[in-house]
Ligand binder design. Structure first.
Ligand SMILES: CC1(C)C(=O)N([C@H]2C=Cc3c(O)cccc32)c2nc(Nc3ccccc3)ncc21
Length: 347
């Protein structure tokens, strides 16, 4: 999803109505502010919840423009998003649907793409890159453990929230994987695609995410792509050769890790557990206290957690029915009640 510049104040992107302060464009309980992204048959708007005043990002899809295959892909993306609850993955709050339109209300990552950050600020220090990469690895491990493979990991899909935490976005190419069952769809963005994908070979799933993560790590610490080319054929040849330049400023440990991830033969490529145990990842290992906070974050995200009574009482004070809310959350209905609950929980 490419990012578009911010439009005028009321942010209408040439849509039918032009909202403004007195009569803003509304979708459900949300006031639409401006367009932040545009894909084929989809637009992403920044919006604000009228009751909780929380900023959200709403992906608006015109289903009438989609063929059977893309419609199936869209519903699989929604099904997968509903399964994911992790600090470093964009949260889905609410789904609204009409005959032709689908509205996905999600967490808004205020600082935008890591790609833009690198484009503006240049490469990251290895210390900063390590912190971001730990968050990325934690989120991807969470997906793989749930038999989900992302297949389009790239700097453009790694967003940053207001605190600079990584939020993985765009599960449009994600799918379910299992050992022994092969996938073969050509997915993702060419500079991040694994050699076996270029060769059209069958793959299991996690190993193509590992290759893309190797490219992501290279981009974070080098500020450039490891494999590039004037044409797709030139890029393909570079990827299949597995050869890439190591800048003088890269530490030996970081080079060692990247070389273990960017291995052409998928059976020899390292797995997520080896990445987590690598020297570079453990350098300046977070102190025990920080470590427990790190683990705690992962535990806090189980979807079947009990409903937070304090939030229900706060909602009651806002005039929102707590009984209906509890039901919506427990049945994962992704409706208005559940959205208000999640928006208040996340603050
Ligand atoms: C709903 C969701 C996940 C989404 O679909 N997008 C789009 C929209 C722009 C874009 C992109 O430029 C790259 C990836 C995803 C996207 C989102 N963008 C943001 N923040 C943002 C803020 C400033 C610039 C770019 C993105 N937060 C959440 C989302």
């Amino acid at each position: 999803m490419e990012q578009v510049g911010s439009c005028g104040s009321n942010g209408s992107d040439g849509g039918s109505a032009t909202g403004n302060k007195t009569n803003p464009i509304r979708v459900g309980f949300y006031d639409i502010e401006r367009t932040i992204g545009r894909g084929n048959f989809a637009v992403v708007k920044l919006a604000k919840h009228r009751i909780t005043k929380t900023e959200v990002a709403i992906k608006i899809v015109d289903k009438s423009q989609l063929d059977e295959g893309n419609l199936r892909k869209l519903y699989r993306e929604v099904q997968i998003l509903k399964m994911l609850r992790h600090d470093n993955i964009i949260r889905l709050y609410q789904v609204m649907e009409t005959k032709d339109m689908l509205y996905l209300v999600s967490e808004y990552a205020r600082q935008g793409e890591i790609f833009e950050y690198i484009a503006r600020q240049g490469r990251m220090s290895e210390t900063m890159a390590r912190r971001k990469f730990w968050q990325i690895i934690s989120a991807v491990e969470y997906c793989h453990q749930r038999q989900i493979v992302h297949r389009d990991l790239k700097a453009e899909n790694l967003l940053l929230d207001a605190q600079g935490n990584v939020k993985i976005a765009d599960f449009g190419f994600s799918n379910f994987w299992s050992a022994g069952r092969h996938l073969e769809t050509w997915c993702g963005s060419p500079p991040y695609a694994a050699p076996e994908v270029f060769l059209g070979q069958k793959y299991t799933g996690p190993e193509v995410d590992i290759w893309s993560l190797g490219v992501v790590l290279y981009v974070l610490v080098c500020g450039a792509l490891p494999f590039d080319g004037a044409t797709l054929q030139a890029l393909r040849d570079r990827v299949l050769s597995g050869r890439f330049r190591i800048p003088y400023f890269l530490s030996a440990d970081c080079e060692s890790l990247i070389r273990k991830m960017l291995v052409v033969d998928p059976t020899k490529r390292c797995g997520l557990q080896q990445v987590k145990r690598h020297r570079w990842m453990l350098t300046e290992a977070p102190c025990i206290q920080e470590e427990s906070v790190f683990l705690e974050g992962a535990i806090r995200n189980e979807p079947d957690e009990a409903v937070n009574e304090q939030i229900l009482r706060l909602m009651q004070s806002l005039g929102v029915d707590p009984v209906k809310t509890k039901e919506s959350v427990l049945h994962q209905r992704y409706d208005h009640h559940a959205a208000i609950y999640y928006l208040l929980l996340e603050r």
